[in-house]
Design a protein around this ligand. Structure first.
Ligand code: SAM
Length: 192
């Protein structure tokens, strides 16, 4: 997998925390995103893909939670902020080493991925009851911003793209779309 977009190093993590706050003291808009996601998940166990510094963890206390991320810098902070949480290295494009969870959630991850279809399909394989994906709706643009020797990828999706991917998921049942704020949306996909 091409990692030219993978730039979640220590500096960017510090910047992320300055912007969104810590899991215990989050910026208000980010907190609202976490709260809405916590209403959408189902069951007793949840896999949080691209967990970052663990902003979602305080919302799922008591559940069997695993946060995974490709950035060791993010994971270090997640463990520091949430000493009771479980956080492991993992890539959305290959979740084969993880078990199936009642809910799989990814919040503000798709915007940074080179291929969202493969990512959604891989997460679906690990969702027993429901998959919740957060995405930024827009004109379907992809913006590359230079960062050190790599790029940061920012993409918005058109609703038809997301609908098409979700429609093709084998065994999907009801689908719910929730507007969280401005252009941020969640799609919740249940199994039949
Ligand atoms: C914008 S942050 C969102 C963090 C968290 N979900 C939140 O909402 O606060 C995106 C996260 O996705 C992670 N990420 C990027 N590509 C990934 C991949 N292929 N697999 C797993 N995590 C990835 C980054 O390291 C980063 O922590």
């Amino acid at each position: 997998m091409n990692r030219e977009y993978f730039v979640w190093d220590k500096d960017r993590v510090e910047n992320y925390i300055r912007h969104f706050g810590t899991p215990q003291n989050p910026e208000k808009k980010h907190e609202a995103r976490m709260e809405v996601a916590s209403y959408l998940i189902e069951g007793d166990s949840v896999l949080d893909v691209g967990c970052g510094v663990g902003h979602f963890y305080p919302w799922v206390k008591g559940m069997d939670y695993l946060g995974i991320d490709l950035s060791e810098a993010m994971l270090r902070k997640a463990r520091e902020f949430n000493p009771n949480g479980k956080f492991e290295y993992g890539d959305v494009y290959d979740l084969s080493k993880f078990r199936v969870f009642d809910s799989v959630v990814c919040l503000s991850l798709l915007i940074h991925l080179p291929n969202i279809e493969d990512a959604i399909k891989e997460m679906w394989k690990h969702a027993k009851k429901t998959l919740v994906v957060g995405y930024e709706l827009g004109v379907g643009s992809v913006k590359k911003e230079r960062y050190k020797d790599r790029y940061i990828l920012y993409r918005t999706e058109i609703q038809e793209t997301i609908n098409g991917i979700v429609d093709s998921l084998e065994g999907r049942g009801n689908v719910y779309q929730v507007c969280v704020q401005d252009s941020t949306y969640y799609m919740k996909v249940n199994r039949k």
